[in-house]
Write a protein that binds this ligand. Structure first.
Ligand code: SF4
Ligand code: SF4
Length: 445
């Protein structure tokens, strides 16, 4: 058993933060419907969608309300049956005001999804699957929000051998992927088959951290007999779910610096994304709600909730038993997530977790920043083999170009391991984010 643990595939360095994953033990619950939904037209890293409804128009739950604006763009569907109340600028999670469609839900409507035509999925060609994926409006649910169809359509000159399915969910607190693997394994396999056909992969490997044995068991029960899809336990370690780390753990290969994974014949997708595709494509439906982990010491009803896209964050927190004030809210996990300033914003497609903390406890926890003591802890844990200590000192001197040119700033994928272990509480990853932004701006100028 000890040997089994030692030889689980993984990557070098990384950290072992406490897990706090109790929400992984209870089933997904549906969030009650709110009275109003706000859908920003930009919910992916691609171009914003274009509205196809008008103010005053009645819409059905699941009905398309905004169409794509080019190839790297996804449509939007109404999360409720109701009436379009406004199309205009509204605040969003990024702090920006963005063009959004506001829908008032009809009180007493059944909110059953009546929209969508069943699809004969076996008859679909790879191109038709990619079009069907785009029609769902799906984006990477692990937080990247990259349009899924565009990721599946790797350039033809790079033949794809392997589809890697990321079920690591290595951030503390987050358990949405865990519950989807336990409760929807058949949808996950169906979605994995679609993705394999779309990208041309002959094999799919599902990587799951070994702290989720029930998810591995659930998937094993529904694997196809031909061995084309396999599930693998990988070591529980942060950031095991990062693309390069999972490629290393499952295939023993490195993604060369500056290259994309398709250039070594690999496409990666998140388990939640594929489980949703397996659920939606056969029914011809769009993506209108997602599983979100709501957790942290600031909520009395933590769990995984099925939340319609566009639900006001304030409403979501009330339902999960958060107090009205004195809370600090982090979107995503504590390692890579970001604190938000306002609760008057909607849940969007990319939100996998909402963590709620007591504000005074967070301030105490953060502590004071001290000078670097050259302990080397940050160097020991950086999964990319960078020198965060030197990068941090250069950031303090605003030597951003030097950081980029000599110390491989662009290799940092902002995992936060260095900040996590730093005994001097130096906000290294925050400094690197700022430095990267400044370097990008300078290069663009
Ligand atoms: S945030 Fe960047 S520098 Fe720090 S450990 Fe992660 S990859 Fe390395
Ligand atoms: S962990 Fe912090 S104190 Fe230690 S070398 Fe790195 S930056 Fe300096």
């Amino acid at each position: 058993m000890i040997l089994d643990f030692l030889f689980k595939p993984s990557f070098e360095r990384g950290v072992h933060p406490p897990q706090f994953k109790e929400t992984g033990r209870t089933p997904i619950r549906r969030m009650p419907f709110a009275s109003r939904y706000t859908l920003p037209l930009s919910q992916s890293v691609g171009r914003a969608a274009k509205p196809i409804v008008t103010v005053g128009q009645e819409v059905l739950r699941g009905q398309p309300i905004a169409e794509t604006a080019g190839y790297v763009s996804v449509p939007l569907h109404s999360p409720v049956t109701g009436i379009v109340e406004d199309i205009g600028l509204h605040p969003t999670l990024s702090g920006e005001w963005q063009e959004s469609i506001v829908i008032r839900a009809f009180e007493g409507a059944s909110q059953e999804v009546l929209y969508g035509d069943p699809v004969d999925v076996d008859a679909l060609t790879p191109e038709q699957i990619i079009n069907a994926v785009q029609a769902t409006g799906m984006v990477g649910l692990g937080g990247a929000a990259f349009p899924t169809h565009a990721k599946l359509a790797a350039p033809k000159e790079w033949p794809i051998e392997h589809l890697l399915v990321n079920g690591c969910e290595c951030e503390p607190f987050l358990t949405a992927d865990h519950r989807m693997m336990v409760e929807w394994p058949q949808h996950l396999i169906t979605g994995t088959k679609f993705a394999m056909k779309a990208c041309g992969a002959k094999r799919a490997l599902i990587g799951v951290e070994d702290n989720k044995p029930d998810a591995i068991a659930a998937i094993e029960k529904v694997l196809p007999d031909d061995g084309s899809i396999t599930v693998h336990a990988v070591k529980t370690k942060y950031p095991q779910g990062a693309a390069e780390m999972l490629v290393k753990a499952l295939l023993g290969r490195e993604v060369p610096a500056g290259a994309r994974s398709y250039q070594i014949g690999v496409v990666m997708q998140n388990v939640g994304t594929l489980a949703e595709l397996g659920r939606l494509i056969p029914r011809g439906q769009g993506f209108i709600e997602r599983v979100v982990t709501i957790a942290g010491p600031g909520v009395s009803k933590p769990g995984n909730y099925l939340v319609p896209i566009g639900t006001p964050l304030r409403f979501v927190l009330e339902q999960a038993g958060a107090p009205r004030d004195a809370v600090e809210v982090i979107l995503g996990g504590p390692m890579m997530g970001a604190a938000i300033a306002s609760l008057d914003v909607p849940v969007t497609k990319a939100i996998s977790g909402i963590l709620v903390f007591d504000r005074s406890a967070m301030q105490k926890e953060r502590g004071k920043t001290h000078p670097c003591i050259k302990c080397g802890e940050c160097v020991n844990v950086c999964p990319k083999g960078l020198n965060p200590s030197t990068l941090g000192m250069l950031a303090a001197k605003r030597e951003y170009d030097l950081m980029a040119e000599r110390y491989h700033l662009d290799g940092c994928f902002e995992c936060g391991c260095c900040s996590y272990v730093c005994p001097s509480n130096i906000p290294l990853v925050q400094q690197f984010r700022v430095a990267k932004e400044i370097v990008r701006e300078r290069q663009a100028a």
